[in-house]
Write a protein that binds this ligand. Structure first.
Ligand SMILES: [Zn+2]
Length: 264
């Protein structure tokens, strides 16, 4: 079977194990069913996820022009503390920013190698944690907008990492840490205006089980720009990465906007 289309991050379904789907315009593929099989990935071209033009992808699936103009990739995405929609102040497009920023957000601790702090919209739970390849995650506070989540994250960044170590995540090199106990320790670190949203009794600890036959001891990353044709035996999926038997790992999310042909 052959599939062709522009890559977007894999859709996921929380389950035991998590289910992964590659979604193309006219087709979708349950990636779990490909585990244990040889697959080939061929680079065909670029297609910006915003304007649809065949322009080289600059970042996050967007061409250079779209990356610096689209409201969907403003600085407040990566730095939630820069959010200003709650003040009625626009970054690029206030209507869009109000829609995204003025909704319930979660600040969480996730364990993908060491403990990491992060922010997500509530609607993205547990998708966000699956995308990061976290084995466990727990919400710290639920706040009504992105700004409050951002300042909480900033306060906690002094004590926790805020990025996933993807090599450790993919080799399943994970510290033994009790996230519930960790949550109990941090109430005093949370900014005053967020204290009212901290609830000790809400302790839904999420556990994520990924479809992986065997974790590699070391990994090497596949770049379609350098290696436009790749073939290998798929041994698992974790986060947004495909893991192959020869230790190659392919970051699907990192290749958004790349048009590929996949042969199964
Ligand atoms: Zn574009």
């Amino acid at each position: 079977m052959q599939y062709e289309g522009v890559l977007t991050k894999m859709e996921t379904e929380y389950g035991t194990p998590i289910q992964y789907y590659l979604v193309f315009e006219s087709d979708f593929l349950n990636v779990n069913q490909l585990i244990g099989k040889d697959i080939a990935i061929d680079f065909v071209g670029y297609q910006c996820l915003n304007c649809g033009k065949k322009k080289k992808i600059f970042r996050q699936g967007f061409c250079y022009d779209c990356f610096y103009s689209s409201a969907a990739v403003g600085d407040w995405i990566m730095k939630p503390e820069l959010s200003t929609a709650h003040l009625g102040i626009a970054d690029r497009d206030l209507a869009y920013e109000e829609k995204v920023q003025l909704q319930p957000h979660i600040v969480y601790l996730a364990l993908s190698s060491e403990v990491k702090v992060g922010v997500t919209r509530k609607t993205q739970v547990p998708t966000r944690w699956i995308d990061q390849g976290a084995n466990q995650a727990i919400a710290i506070v639920e706040v009504p907008n992105r700004y409050l989540a951002g300042i909480t994250e900033v306060a906690l960044k002094n004590h926790y990492a805020d990025k996933t170590n993807w090599r450790k995540m993919l080799t399943n090199d994970i510290e033994a840490i009790d996230l519930m106990a960790e949550k109990l320790k941090i109430q005093d670190l949370i900014p005053a205006e967020v204290q009212q949203y901290f609830h000790l009794e809400k302790n839904d600890l999420y556990q994520m089980e990924y479809p992986v036959l065997q974790f590699p001891a070391k990994v090497k990353s596949l770049s379609l720009d350098k290696t436009p044709s790749f073939q290998g035996k798929l041994i698992g999926v974790k986060g947004q990465y495909l893991l192959f038997e020869d230790r190659t790992v392919f970051n699907v999310r990192g290749s958004e906007g790349y048009v590929v042909r996949i042969e199964v």
